[in-house]
Design a protein around this ligand. Sequence first.
Ligand code: TYD
Ligand code: MG
Length: 458
Amino acid sequence: MKTKSVYVCTECGYQSAKWLGKCPSCSEWNTLEEQVLVDEKKSKGASTPYSGKSSPAVQLNKLEAPDYMRIKTGTDELDRVLGGGLVSGSVVLISGEPGIGKSTLLMQICGTIADEGKKILYVSGEESPSQLKMRANRLGINSENLYIQTETNLDRIVEEISRLNPDIVIADSVQTIYSENSSSMPGSVNQVKEASSRLIGIAKNEGISIFLVGHVNKDGGIAGPKVLEHMVDAVLHFEGERDHAYRIIRSVKNRFGSTNEIGVFEMTSEGLNEVPNPSEALMAGRPKNVSGNCAVCVIEGTRPIIAEIQALTSMTVFPSPKRTSNGFDYNRLYLLLAVLEKRLGLRFSTHDAYINVIGGLRLSDPAADLPTALSLISCLKDKPLPDDMIAIGEIGLAGECRAVAAAEQRVREAERLGFSRVILPERNVGKGKLDPSKFTIKIEPVKGIFDAISVALK
Ligand code: TYD
Ligand code: MG
């Protein structure tokens, strides 16, 4: 019998009939792997996530909206990111770099949920029982409701799930699980697809909540097929630097809550601690009276967070100046530098420029434009910005300041943290918008970057 095979990209899941050195879809080199196609008839049902029950079409008004049962995970930060707790029967994918704290966080929530009398099966394909026990000891977890299975064979995991009938299953990680139905290597696109669709099927049919731990590839995306993200109910991404104490969990997809909500944690010797007040934590011990520093208030999900942007500029020794950005969009930095050079005549083209956002935070809010521009100018002119001042605003190509969303919420947070002045776009202030008389903090509206400098660097 002739076996058929296809070549599948391990980065993005692109399929090709012949081997190629470079994936035409994601442009990665050497990522195409051969996969033998299994006989469709023989393996029927193995990779369909839902049971074969037929489901006729129903009128929308006859359907009842379910009242989701939510399990509290014991950490408010994670519950908020999940949209108010873990929905029973949902599948959550947690991704992040190695060593960021995925297993630690899951073990911690296992402890809390197991203590409430729920049964949990923790399947680990990466660590031995003694390693898991050591971690649990370190985190002070010792529950009879928490079952540990160190296994990578999908069939045996499924057997154990039906034997124990747990409320929650944790698969750490989905890339280590393999099925004998498929001849590909563990971690390959086929295997990840197979393992996750079987587990998702179990979650949906039996009402078990499942956490899947997913590895990331070198660009920070989830390793394995892109369809994995479509199949699960929520995708949470662990961000932050391994060497920094702060860890941020961001929801990038959530069928049961809002996305872009973040939870902030701190890695300590006793595991991950919640940081309920990230603004205060990020502002603690900030350097005073130094040029190139500016505070900003960004909106992360539903929460305002005060962060600090630091800029450093120095005369370049290279033919073309160097630009580095940590936590701020790299292309946006180029754009801001071009606006400052063109509109204000500042000579950034002869200077290297570095941007760093404190605490490993990644800013995607356009309101971070104005404080970034101000910190660059402050460093170039070597004049410190006032420490009690905060700036928010998007900058347009003409150097104008554009209105930002949720201005009132940002100003309140700045006021709460004891800042005494806030620079913000003029278009945010006025009738029907932000009313300065409602605040004790001094509100300084500006039209554009030129105004902002004269207000900030008097
Ligand atoms: P881990 O949770 O195993 O990361 P992942 O599963 O994402 O690969 O471990 C994260 C790191 O945190 C590890 O290097 C050890 C450290 N750590 C602490 O600092 N404190 C602790 O209490 C624990 C359990 C781990
Ligand atoms: Mg781990």
